[in-house]
Design a protein around this ligand. Sequence first.
Ligand SMILES: *Cc1c(COP(=O)(O)O)cnc(C)c1O
Length: 374
Amino acid sequence: MTRMPHGTMREAVIDTDAIADNVRHLRRLTDAEVIAVVKADGYGHGAVRAARAALDGGAGRVAVADLNEAFALRRGGIDAPILAWLHAPGTDFAEAGARGIQVGISSYDQLQAAAAAGHGDRPVTVHLKVETGLGRNGIAPADYALVFAEAARLERIGQLRVAGIFSHLSNTSDDEDRTALSRFQVALAGAGSYGLRPEVTHIAASHAAIALPSSRLGCVRIGIAMYGLSPFADRTSADLGLRPAMTLRAAVAAVRRVPAGQGVSYGYQHRTAADSTLALIPLGYADGVPRAASGGGAVRIGGRTFPVAGRIAMDQFVVDVGDHPVAVGDEAVLFGDPTLGAPPVETWADAAGTINYEIVTRIGPRVPRREAGA
Ligand SMILES: *Cc1c(COP(=O)(O)O)cnc(C)c1O
């Protein structure tokens, strides 16, 4: 029986070696430069530690959604190139320029704002984001010529530097992604005709980087796969040669022997079928364990896996372990690396009607992160 360390109620154990190994594996597989995507606190794993591990594994760059995330990485000592692509209207890019953050540009106005923050001796570095069908942000095809021409002019006068051109795929189907990829090629040719010569072009995230080799273009943006999780509904982490980096676990907080017919948790959605032992797990929806997974989530205790019994509450939920010997302080694993016996995070995602991305990203601030081996 594995016991939790004394005094630890709940924790997410982060295996940074797994992140580094996953990046190594993906670099080999794709033969491309890896931009490690560590937005949303590194998908819940901790942005700085995820970035460090990814860089150890050979990632060349780091990316986040917004500038505050980028500044937090700089404060955390990450000095690799950092790209941020989602900006508030009216953002002043001076601090981004001063901290050497590369700015994703989705419109003519953003281009002008970024250029205004540059100086002759220190131009702001940008990656132009072009819309190729996803319908989110990105320069509209009708504006390609205008923006490329202006970017080339601003580059010539030393106001900014275009280091990259990028887009994002929908993963709807290989055919849809190929169509978007061909639109991207048109955009790249257009940019070239205005004299833009970016160091990198990138369109593939984890899904396409693995499934659509023609989308790799020498540089891929990897999020979910570097955390060891699969972007495919029908392929597991192990199928892809990846190791899940996060293990969510808690110490059994109480055990109670009850008779048959005992109702469990709000609404008595579960009643014991026979004399049974109930184990209390101190994690709830405040910690990101979805209430929608009530009855469907799985917990590994003492070498056996049990379903959640009844409703998941804000701070805790119950498992009905029958006659299995369980004691206060035993380790209860909600998810981790299935090759080591832990339930896969996908069990929780399926039970809650969502995807693995959302489960790990929403693990809340009340759950301390601890690095494996630390
Ligand atoms: C989140 C994100 C990624 C990473 O996607 P994964 O599917 O996690 O690899 C890449 N590019 C953009 C623009 C994103 O928003």
